[in-house]
Design a protein around this ligand. Sequence first.
Ligand SMILES: Nc1ncnc2c1ncn2[C@@H]1O[C@H](COP(=O)(O)OP(=O)(O)OP(=O)(O)O)[C@@H](O)[C@H]1O
Ligand SMILES: O=C(O)[C@@H](O)C(=O)CO
Length: 418
Amino acid sequence: MADDFTGATDLATNWVARGVRTTVTLGVPTPGELAALAGDGGGGDAVVIALKSRTAPVAEAVGESLAALAALRALGCERIYDKYCSTFDSTPRGNIGPVADALMAELGTGLAVVVPSFPATGRTVYRGHLFVGDQLLGDSPMRHHPLTPMTDASLVRLLAPQTAHPVTTVGLDVVRGDPRALRAALDGAGGEGPRYAVVDAIDNGDLARIAAATADHPLVTGGSGLALGLPARGAPATGAMPVIPGHRAVLAGSASAATRGQIDAARSALPSRLLDLAALRADPAAEVARLTEWARAQWADAPGTPVLVHSAGAPEDIERRTPEGQRPAAELVEEALAGCAVAFAGAGARQFVVAGGETSGSVVRALGVRRLELGPALAPGVSWAMGPDAGGTRYNLALKSGNFGERSLFTSAWKELG
Ligand SMILES: Nc1ncnc2c1ncn2[C@@H]1O[C@H](COP(=O)(O)OP(=O)(O)OP(=O)(O)O)[C@@H](O)[C@H]1O
Ligand SMILES: O=C(O)[C@@H](O)C(=O)CO
C-alpha cells in the first residue's frame, strides 16, 4: 500500500521493472472490485493500493491503511510493503509511525525495516541520515514543502516522535558484511516488543542485500527503492498499454523543485497558465470554466499540443500563510486541478500528466478512475498507465512524484504515446 497516488505508481514501476506483474487500485477496493481483482488472478503477482493518507488526520490514515491491509490479505497477499515517500514526508505527529505501528500490530511482527533509500532518484541513507543528492534532507528544497516541510535528516529523530516503539539503526558495514549478520540484525524475534530498524543503503546492491535479508518479513516499510532489490523475474512486466486518443494536458500542483524545473522547461514549448489564487478564492468554478475555454482554444489551434496548468512556477508563487478567513491555497489548488481534469475530459482530453502525489489523488478521484495497468516507464519511479472511469471512458495517466523526472518530462513524456 502507498500513502499517495504517485507513490503507488512509483512502487508499481519498480516492481514491473523487476518482472513482477502489478495492478494499482486507486483507493481501497470495494467488495465488487476485490471480486473482480480476484477473478483476474489476484491482479497479477502484486497489487498496490493507493491511499491519500500522507497528510490525512492520523486516525483516518491508520483506518485507511488497515482497510487496505484487509483487502490485500483478502486477495491472498502474504507480504506487505508499506510505501511512504523517499523523502520521509511526514510531520512529528505522523503518519508514517502510526500507520507502521498499526500494520506491525495487525501482522504480529516484531520488526519493520525503514528503507527510504532510492539511489536512482538521489535518495540514499548513510549512518541513519537521509540524503537528497549531495544534501542532507533537512538542507534540501524539501525544507520548503507546503504540507510536510522536512527540516531534519536523521531518520531516528524523524520517526521517534511518531511511534512508541524503539528506533534502531543498521549501518552500511553490516549491510555489506556477512548476510547472516544482516539477517540477525533484522531478526524481530527478540520478544522485547516491536522495533524499527533504519537500514543504510547507498546503491542498488545494498537494496538487494536488504531485500534478501527481509525476504520472509511479513512487513517492510520504505520508499519504492527496496522493490528494486528483488531478484529480476525476467523482462519488465509491462503489458501492451492501449493508447487512448484525445487531447493532452499537464496538471501540475506540485511545488517541488523538480516540478518547478519541468514547468520552467515546458513553458516556452507549451501553452501554459498559472493558477490564480485570488480568482480561485473569488469564484473557483468560473476560474475552472475560463481555463477550460482557454484549453479548448489551444487544442483547436494546435491539435495534439498538450496544455500546461500549474500552481507554482517559482518559490514566490507558494502561499505559505493562509490569509485570515480564507481557504488554504493547497485545498484550492487541488480542487481547481481536479475540476480542470473533469472539465478537460469533458472537452475530449484523455491523456494527462499529473505532477504531485496529493494533486494526483485529487485529480484521479475526480476523474473516477479506480484501477491502473502500467505502461512504459518515463523516468525512475514514473510510468504511463491506463485506467477506465466508472462509465468505461479510458485515460492514459502519468502520475509523477513531485521530485521525479528529467527537466524535459512535460514535453518528452508524450513520445511514448506515439
Ligand atoms: N502556490 C501554492 N501555494 C500553496 N500550496 C500549493 C501551491 N501550489 C500547490 N500547492 C499545494 O502543495 C501540495 C503539493 O503536494 P503534492 O503532493 O501534490 O506535490 P509534491 O509534494 O511536490 O509531490 P509528491 O508528494 O509526489 O512528492 C498540494 O496540496 C498543492 O495543492
Ligand atoms: O517515494 C517518493 O519519493 C515518491 O514516490 C513519493 O512518494 C512522492 O509523493
